[in-house]
Design a protein around this ligand. Structure first.
Ligand code: ADP
Ligand code: MG
Length: 593
C-alpha cells in the first residue's frame, strides 16, 4: 500500500517546527512524488510544489539511505542536478522516511549560510541519528493514521451493512453492555434501551450474560408501553485472542418471520368478523356469540363441513381478540406426515434426528407465543399425538423433541374439523378427554344448504369481487342460473360457491352469467339430479345394494375422474368427498385406484 504523507500534514508541521528549533537550520519534508508537504523559512512559500526530480532528495528516496552533502553543486550526488546553477545552499542533509520497507518521503535539512553549515557538519553523527528517529516517528504516525482510517472504513461498512438487514442486530461487550445496533433493532426497541452502555438484559429477558454461550432461536416477549411483540433471538460470541470479547445478538420479530414464511399472513391480519358475510339469522347469532368468545381464553372448537368458513372464523376470532398483536399460527393436522407432526408442533433440539437443523427449531406452539394456535383438521390427528397434545393442554408446558427444557404454553387453542368428533369419540377414534379440552366453546357453522338465504348474497359479493379482479363488467346471474345456484346442494359450501362464481365470471362474454356456462362437474350433477329424480324407483335401489366399501371405492373413482389426480385435483376430490387429503391418499392406496 502507498502511504500518503499529506494525510498527516499537521503532525509533519509540528515535527518541522521541532527540528527547526532544535538545530536552527531550514527544514523541508517532501513525499514520495517529491511534493513539498511542509517547509520552514524561505521555502514555506513553496509548499505544495514539486521539487525537481534531479535534486538530491530523489537520491535519498531511491537509495533509502541518509547522507550529508557538505559541498553542494560539486558533490557527486549533485552532478546531474538541473538546478545546479541556481543553487545557493551551503550544506544539505537528506533522510528518507521508510514505512514498512517503502520510502514514503524525505526529510531534508538545508543550510543557507556558514553558521548553519557549521552546525550540520560538526554534529554529523548525532544529527543523522536524530533525523532517523524523527523519520521513525513519522512512519509510526502514518501507520497509525492508516489503521484508524481502516477501522473507520470498516465501521462504516459494518453500519451500512447492518442497516440493510431486516433482522435486528445488536453488538454488546463481554458483559452484555450495548455498543451499537442497527436500524431494524431501533425499530423494535426504544432508543433509550439501546443507548450505549445499557445492558441487553433489559430488553431480552436473559439470564446473566456471563453464562450465555451460543444461543439459537430463543423466544422472548417484549413489552414496553405501546410496543408489544414476540420474537426470537440468537447470540453469537465474538471471540479473539482466545477470549470472548463481546456478543452479536440477532433478533427477528415473529410477525415479520411469519409474513416472510407465508404470504397469507399479511392478508389474514385484516380478517375480522366484518369479512364473514351472512344475512342468515342463525349465522348472525353465531357471529355475535363468537365476538364475545373472542375476548376470552377458553379453547374453541369450530365444527362444520368443509368450506363453511371455519378458518375464516378462526382468523376473525384471533384478530378481534386481545391477542391480535401476537401471531396466529395455523397448523393443518391432516397435511403433515405423521412422523413430522410432533416436531412441527413442539419443535426439536439440535441433533434430535438426522437432518435436524443446527441449533434446533421452534415448533408452532413456541412460534404462537401468546397468540393463537389454530389446529385445523384436528380430527385427523393420530391417537398418540392426541395424548401428547392433551398433556400439553393440561400442563400448559411442553418440551421440544429431543429436549428436556420445559417451555410454557401461552397460546390460545382454536381447533376446527369437518369430521363429527362426537361420533369419532364414540368409536374410540378420538380421545374423549381431549375432545372436552378442545371443545370448551363449541361453534358449529351450518352448511350452505342449511342457509339458502345466504347463497345469492354471497354469490353477488363474489360476482363483484371477481368482476373487479378480472376487470370485467359482469353484473348479474340469469334467472335460470339463480334457480340452480339456490337449489344445488353445495357439498363444498362457500368455497365451492366462490370457485364456481369465479369460473362463471371468467368465462362470461356478456354482462351476466349463464347457467349453460356452469363448469361441467356442476352441469353433470344438474342432469344427474334431474334424471335421478325421474328414474330412481325404490325397487331399483333395493336390487342394487352394494357394500359400503364398494360405494366408497366408486365415489372415489368418480371424484378422481372428475377432478384429476394432480395436486389441486386431489384437493378438490377430497373436498367433494368431504374427507381429508391424507385420508383420500390412504383410500386410493387401499383400493388400488
Ligand atoms: N361467510 C363468508 N363470507 C365470505 N366468504 C366466506 C364465508 N365463509 C367462507 N368464505 C370463504 O370461503 C372459503 C373457504 O373458507 P374456509 O374458512 O377456508 O373454510 P373451511 O376452513 O371451513 O374449509 C374462503 O375463501 C373464505 O374466505
Ligand atoms: Mg379449512
Amino acid at each position: 500500500m502507498k502511504y500518503n504523507l499529506s494525510a498527516i500534514q499537521k503532525t509533519l508541521e509540528d515535527i518541522t517546527k521541532t527540528i527547526k528549533s532544535v538545530i536552527n537550520v531550514e527544514v523541508t519534508i517532501a513525499d514520495s512524488n517529491l511534493t513539498r508537504i511542509t517547509a520552514s523559512g524561505s521555502n514555506l512559500t513553496k509548499v505544495g510544489e514539486r521539487i525537481s526530480k534531479t535534486c538530491v532528495f530523489s537520491k535519498a528516496l531511491e537509495s533509502k539511505e541518509s547522507f550529508i552533502i557538505e559541498n553542494p553543486r560539486v558533490n557527486i550526488r549533485c552532478i546531474d542536478c538541473d538546478k545546479k546553477n541556481e543553487c545557493i545552499e551551503a550544506a544539505q542533509v537528506c533522510c528518507p522516511i521508510i514505512v514498512q520497507g517503502q520510502a514514503a518521503g524525505v526529510i531534508g535539512l538545508i543550510a543557507f549560510d556558514a553558521d548553519q553549515k557549521k552546525r550540520i557538519v560538526e554534529n554529523e553523527i548525532n544529527l543523522l541519528d536524530f533525523l532517523k528517529n524523527m523519520s521513525k516517528l513519522i512512519a509510526a504516525k502514518l501507520i497509525e493514521h492508516e489503521s484508524t482510517q481502516r477501522i473507520k472504513r470498516l465501521a462504516n461498512e459494518l453500519d451500512t451493512t447492518m442497516d440493510l438487514l431486516d433482522i435486528g442486530v445488536i453488538y454488546t461487550d463481554e458483559k452484555g453492555r450495548i455498543e451499537r445496533s442497527n436500524k431494524t433493532a431501533q425499530e423494535y426497541f426504544s432508543k433509550n434501551q439501546l443507548a450505549k452502555g445499557k445492558t441487553i438484559e433489559n430488553i431480552l429477558s436473559l439470564s446473566p450474560i456471563g453464562i450465555v454461550d451460543t444461543v439459537k432461536n430463543k423466544s422472548f416477549n417484549y413489552s414496553e408501553k405501546e410496543r408489544k411483540f414476540h420474537g426470537f433471538y440468537s447470540v453469537h460470541p465474538i471471540i479473539y485472542d482466545n477470549e470472548t470479547k463481546g456478543y452479536v445478538f440477532t433478533i427477528t420479530e415473529l410477525e415479520e418471520l411469519i409474513s416472510v414464511l407465508s404470504n397469507i399472513a399479511g392478508k389474514s391480519r385484516e380478517i375480522t368478523f366484518d369479512n364473514i358475510i351472512s344475512e342468515n339469522k342463525e349465522m348472525i347469532s353465531i357471529i355475535n356469540h363468537a365476538k364475545q368468545f373472542a375476548r376470552g381464553n377458553s379453547s374453541i372448537l369450530i365444527q362444520g363441513e368443509s368450506g363453511t368458513g371455519k378458518e375464516l372464523f378462526a382468523r376473525a376470532l384471533h384478530n378481534e381478540s386481545p391477542r391480535k398483536d401476537y401471531p396466529f399460527i395455523a397448523v393443518n393436522c391432516s397435511a403433515l406426515p405423521e412422523n413430522l407432526i410432533e416436531s412441527e408442533l413442539f419443535g426439536y433440539e439440535e441433533g434430535s434426528f438426522t437432518g435436524a437443523k443446527k441449533g434446533g427449531n421452534p415448533g408452532k406452539f413456541e412460534l404462537a407465543g401468546e397468540g393463537t394456535i389454530f389446529l385445523d383438521e384436528i380430527g385427523d390427528m393420530p391417537l398418540h399425538l392426541q395424548s401428547k397434545l392433551l398433556r400439553v393442554l393440561q400442563e400448559k408446558t411442553f418440551t421440544r423433541v429431543g429436549g428436556n427444557k420445559s417451555i410454557s404454553m401461552d397460546a390460545r387453542v382454536i381447533s376446527a374439523t369437518n369430521k363429527n368428533l362426537e361420533t369419532m369419540v364414540a368409536e374410540s377414534e378420538f380421545r374423549e378427554d381431549l375432545y372436552f379440552r378442545l371443545n370448551v366453546i363449541p361453534i358449529h357453522i351450518p352448511s350452505l344448504r342449511q342457509r339458502k338465504d345466504d347463497i345469492m348474497i354471497l354469490s353477488n359479493v363474489f360476482l363483484r369481487k371477481f368482476s373487479n379482479q378480472f376487470n370485467k363488467e359482469v353484473k348479474y346471474f340469469e334467472d335460470e342460473l339463480v334457480d340452480f345456484l339456490t337449489n344445488y346442494s353445495w357439498p363444498g359450501n362457500i368455497r365451492e360457491l366462490e370457485n364456481t362464481v369465479e369460473y362463471l365470471v371468467n368465462i362470461s362474454e356478456e354482462d351476466f352469467c349463464k347457467k349453460s356456462s356452469l363448469p361441467n362437474r356442476l352441469k353433470k350433477h344438474f342432469y344427474d339430479v334431474e334424471s335421478a329424480e325421474a328414474e330412481t324407483t325404490p325397487e331399483k335401489e333395493s336390487i342394487n345394494v352394494m357394500t359400503i366399501e364398494e360405494v366408497e371405492k366408486n365415489e372415489i373413482k368418480k371424484a378422481l375422474k372428475l377432478y384429476g389426480r394432480n395436486s389441486s385435483g386431489i384437493d378438490n376430490a377430497a373436498e367433494a368427498l368431504n374427507i381429508g387429503r391424507a385420508t383420500l391418499y390412504r383410500k386410493i392406496k387401499k383400493y388400488g385406484l
